[in-house]
Design a protein around this ligand. Sequence first.
Ligand code: ATP
Length: 450
Amino acid sequence: MAGKNVGIEQIVNLSKRRGFVFPSAEIYGGLGGFWDWGPLGVLLKNNIKREFWKAFVQQRDDVVGLDGSIITNPKVWEASGHVVNFNDAMVECTKCHHRFKAGEVKKTCPDCGGKLLPPRQFNTMFKTFVGPAEDTANAAYLRPETAQNIFVNFEAVAETMRLKLPFGIAQVGKAFRNEITPGNFVFRSREFEQMELEYFVFPDDAPQAFHQWVTVCHQWFRRLGLSANHLREHRYQPDELAHYSRATTDLEYAFPIEGGWAELMGIADRTDFDLRRHGRVARGRDDAFAVADASGKKVVPYVIEPSMGVDRAALAFLLDAYQAIAGGRTTTTESIKEEEVVLKLDPRLAPYTVAVLPLSRKPELQKVALEVAATLRQQWSVSYDETGSIGKRYRRQDEIGTPWCVTVDFDTLEGAKRPKGTVTVRDRDSMEQENVAVEELEAYVGEKLK
Ligand code: ATP
């Protein structure tokens, strides 16, 4: 673990206390590997997804989007290899019947010391039935990744959008894996969200595109706040590669979990494996999805796949942003004498962009503050808080990462120490306050977010 002093427990506590993440259906005792994202968690995840979409789709001229179905024709998973290969080896205890991922435990059961049976292969796709009859003819799977939706729509998307190589198709959505050992909070769960991109290229261009996407992904995480010393690239050795991949690099984050550095996301050169497989199974020809190159020769495109988890990214952003400051912070305007938690999230990711705080509950202050909040809400998520001392309210916002607190006070109404019609804007990280005219607020925040 790379010099980080925050543990998963602190994030779990913060998440529960402030409404980022709850155990799923906790009133019924929860369900292992499932989580419910609370009001602040939804805002955080939406911001992550929006920044992904902006950087990987909107701001590029070579990527389009897709939203495929979670349950699809099971032939997709036969062709992709998931029915046969999407397995984990599992061992079971002969005494307490607890199950573990093979490799994670030694000869005896870590729970009761009982003898373990030899490893068995276990397919981690969730099965379900389509229609009223629960028989094998109607069996289907919940998708374990979003990527296959993209491959099976390659032709339809390319044709309707008149796309020529190189081009990409991106998708954000839920994926489901019946993980044997979910854990470490939302790091490994059984239901999670992925942000994936399949970037189709001519085979000769694949190595260069692979390197470019590794750089794009690395920079995306850095730009949104992950510190350089907590993020590294792990290039797979040939013997580590999945059967469909010619090159893979994981971006690893220094998660404070057993083993330390762990996969945050992966970028893989999947060659033409997927398009060939679907060509063969759906159309009877490996090259059914081939396209013409400059010389008119038909070639099956190669694909570079950046694949990331929204939940795992959210956990990394929370860990990196979390700072517990023993003894608090002191500036000319504020003095905090107790331990303080500041969530230094990038403003683009923070659940609330702005908090609006009337200095007291005087109706004339409330009126202006509510108007200011309503105006800012047209563009950003805004927290309005009028309870407790102003210092306490700043602390509450610091803890959830709100970058700017707008305070409406008597100078706003009357002007004495400051011009009339101005508010103070307090910065989460520096705790400095600036005077800003109410009508300038939107431009002020907009400028800061650039
Ligand atoms: P791991 O080795 O951690 O099981 P993986 O190599 O199986 O991950 P991929 O299939 O490459 O993962 O999935 C791409 C991304 O989706 C991962 O980098 C991760 O961010 C996310 N992801 C995969 N499985 C889970 C899970 N069970 N819970 C949360 N996120 C996940």
